[in-house]
Write a new protein. Structure first.
Length: 165
């Protein structure tokens, strides 16, 4: 029986598990903090600052979220539009902030990068695609309307469009 393996250009080397350029390569001994935000990297996982405790090394890494923010390269873009949005903008903004806060308690890499208003629409860029999906889903559950997801696998990006007239 013949087996097949995915190969890179070099003979005998397997392909990497993830092609995400923002993922930390390798591991560090002990715990270390992000230079910019203070999130803790330990055992190949990022933890919120509150869970860090003591015994962390000074920051020697930059977390993927801070790198995405400095590169201005979002993983999710949420576009909210429609006449309903103008009438309920305060409530929707509160939902957006609540979605970010609940995500940050479990995943310190899920953050809102920027929020802007363009032609009667609100555009939100996020550092994690799951946060963009959560924002769209929460607004849809609370206010109804039309919700559409569009994934771009080659760019590691999700676009979430919500509208209600």
């Amino acid at each position: 029986m013949a087996t097949t393996t995915k190969r890179t250009g070099e003979k005998g080397k397997r392909t990497t598990r993830s092609t995400n350029p923002y993922q930390v390569q390798g591991s560090t001994k002990g715990a270390t903090a992000c230079i910019a935000c203070g999130a803790i990297y330990r055992n190949k996982r990022w933890y919120p600052v509150e869970e860090a405790g003591t015994g962390k090394e000074p920051g020697t890494l930059t977390c993927p979220a801070c790198r995405r923010i400095s590169d201005k390269n979002p993983a999710g873009i949420v576009t909210l539009s429609g006449a309903y949005l103008a009438a309920h903008e305060t409530e929707i903004n509160n939902l957006i902030r609540h979605a970010e806060a609940t995500t940050l308690t479990q995943n310190p890499l899920g953050r809102i990068m920027a929020t802007s208003s363009e032609k009667g629409a609100i555009v939100i860029s996020t550092t994690e695609s799951k946060l963009a999906q959560k924002i769209g889903r929460d607004i849809f559950k609370a206010h109804g309307g039309d919700l559409h997801y569009r994934w771009s696998y080659d760019q590691d990006l999700v676009r979430v469009n919500w509208s209600r007239e």
